[in-house]
Each structure stands twice: as structure tokens, then as C-alpha cells.
Design a protein around this ligand. Structure first.
Ligand SMILES: Nc1ncnc2c1ncn2[C@@H]1O[C@H](COP(=O)(O)OP(=O)(O)O)[C@@H](O)[C@H]1O
Ligand SMILES: [Mg+2]
Length: 246
């Protein structure tokens, strides 16, 4: 799925922070990174892409289709958002029940739901924790469980907001493995992160929020090229996609 924003504007009433006409595009099947300093608007843009915030102007398009009138549920089938605080998106008492709950809502039978949940848990090395309370999980484990929950919707893209916060080197390596697994399924990943080393190791392309959120160019001005944004070239030819400015 190609995800784009066209001249996206958004202002928080309280602080007055604004996105001032952001043009952003991400093609299918790749891992792109959105970087930038603290408070530059990365989380805001991620939430706008996933429909957790509503644009005040401009549009968010999935495969060219304006998503303005889509329900959160319809969007959630296409794109999943991992919160900076993964505990916020875990609902049920135990790990297994958390994944069962989502599927119950989808009308999947308990037997099939449990089989799917256990397979996902095994893939992300959480199966031994299936009966544990979600409250006893480490941050990294909560994150992996939240990602499992998102994957149950079979999304085409995931937005991971600062997923390395609070993870030591070993747990970062596990997260990198999770990202590779997700990409192997053909799901694209937008990695929101200020962890330069993790971005360099795991993303094929990088765009800085400060570049996206400059005042709009005067009409007729030439587009900025990819090179001027300092992208790391990557991907594998056609359809590899990545983040780029229009
Ligand atoms: N709910 C909110 N209400 C008002 N201002 C907010 C809210 N959330 C974030 N902001 C402000 O918007 C700016 C961008 O925040 P954010 O998108 O979280 O940046 P980043 O993720 O790059 O650190 C910050 O100045 C922040 O204080
Ligand atoms: Mg943030």
C-alpha cells in the first residue's frame, strides 16, 4: 500500500504546534524511518496517518484514496499503530486473552483464535508467557504482544513510535528481528525513532520531520531531491518504496 499525505495541516489547540502542509509518501514493502528532534511532530504525523488524529487541512491517502471518511476500524485493517507506551494498547488480563479478544470481535471461533494467537506468540518468542498477566511483562514483551495484536488485523503497514525506548542492546536485537519478520510478510514499516544507530541498521530510507514540516515551497520552486534529504538509498527496485517528499 502506498501511504501519502498531501498538504497536511494540523494544529494542537493547546500548544499551537503545527504541521504546516506536510507532503509525505511511503511506498509498499519497505522499512522507512521518520526521524527528527524531540517535539518536531513525528508522533503527530504518525497518528494522523493512522487516523488517531484528524487532519485540519489536506489529506491522508491510501493507494491514492482519501481516507477522510474512513472509520478507525477500516483504517486499522490497513495500518497499525504501536504507541510509544505499548501498555496503552493491551486490554485483557492475560497475554493469550489479549490476542483472543481482538479475534472474538472479528467473529473468529475460539479454537481457531487460540491457534492463531499461539502461533503468533511462538513466532515472537512470547509463547511461554501466554498465561501471564500483561502487567508483568517487560516493556519489550508488551511491545511484541502489541505488535502481535496489530498483526491479527493483517495490516499492510505498521507505524512503530519510538519502539527502542527503554530497550537494552539484546532487546533491541529482538525488536530488529521482529521488524524483519514483519517485512518478510510484505508489511511496510514506518519506524519513528531518534535512535540513529537503530535507524541506520534497520531502515532503508530516512526522512527528517524538520524537512517535511518546512513552510510550503513557493509554487514553481523545484522539488527537493531525495539526495538533499540525506536518504540512505535502499529497497529492492520496483515497489520497494520508502519515504520521500513529493
Ligand atoms: N495532545 C497535545 N496537545 C497539545 N500539544 C501537543 C499534544 N501532543 C503533542 N503536542 C505538542 O506538539 C509538538 C509535537 O509533538 P510530537 O508529535 O509528540 O513530537 P515528537 O513525536 O517528534 O517528539 C510538541 O511541541 C508537543 O508539545
Ligand atoms: Mg513522539
Amino acid at each position: 500500500m502506498t501511504i501519502e499525505t498531501k498538504n497536511l495541516t494540523f494544529t494542537y489547540p493547546g500548544t499551537g504546534f503545527s504541521l504546516r502542509g506536510v507532503d509525505f509518501s511511503m511506498g509498499p514493502g519497505a522499512c522507512a524511518a521518520l526521524t527528527g528532534s524531540n517535539g518536531s511532530g513525528k508522533t503527530t504525523l504518525g497518528k494522523l496517518l493512522c487516523g488517531l488524529l484528524k487532519p485540519q487541512g489536506g489529506a491522508v491517502l491510501f493507494d491514492g484514496e482519501d481516507t477522510a471518511k474512513w472509520s478507525l476500524g477500516r483504517r486499522g485493517q490497513r495500518i497499525g499503530y504501536l504507541f510509544q507506551e505499548p501498555a496503552r494498547q493491551l486490554f485483557a488480563p492475560t497475554v493469550l486473552e489479549d490476542l483472543m479478544f481482538t479475534q472474538e470481535l472479528q467473529g473468529i471461533s475460539p479454537g481457531e483464535a487460540e491457534a492463531r494467537a499461539m502461533a503468533l506468540l511462538a513466532r515472537f518468542e512470547l509463547d511461554s508467557l501466554a498465561r501471564r498477566s500483561v502487567l508483568t511483562l517487560s516493556r519489550g514483551e508488551q511491545q511484541r504482544l502489541a505488535i502481535c495484536g496489530l498483526l491479527l488485523n493483517k495490516p499492510e503497514a505498521l507505524v512503530l513510535d519510538e519502539p527502542t525506548t527503554g530497550l537494552d542492546a539484546r532487546r533491541k536485537a529482538i525488536l530488529a528481528g521482529v521488524i524483519r519478520e514483519v517485512l518478510r510478510d510484505g508489511i511496510s514499516v514506518l519506524l519513528i525513532s531518534h535512535d540513529a544507530a537503530f535507524v541506520k541498521a534497520n531502515a532503508q530510507r530516512e526522512v527528517r520531520m524538520e524537512q517535511l514540516n518546512q513552510a510550503p515551497l513557493a509554487s514553481g520552486a523545484p522539488d527537493k531531491s531525495a539526495d538533499s534529504l540525506g536518504w540512505i538509498e535502499g529497497g529492492s527496485g520496483e515497489g520497494a518504496g520508502g519515504v520521500h517528499e513529493n
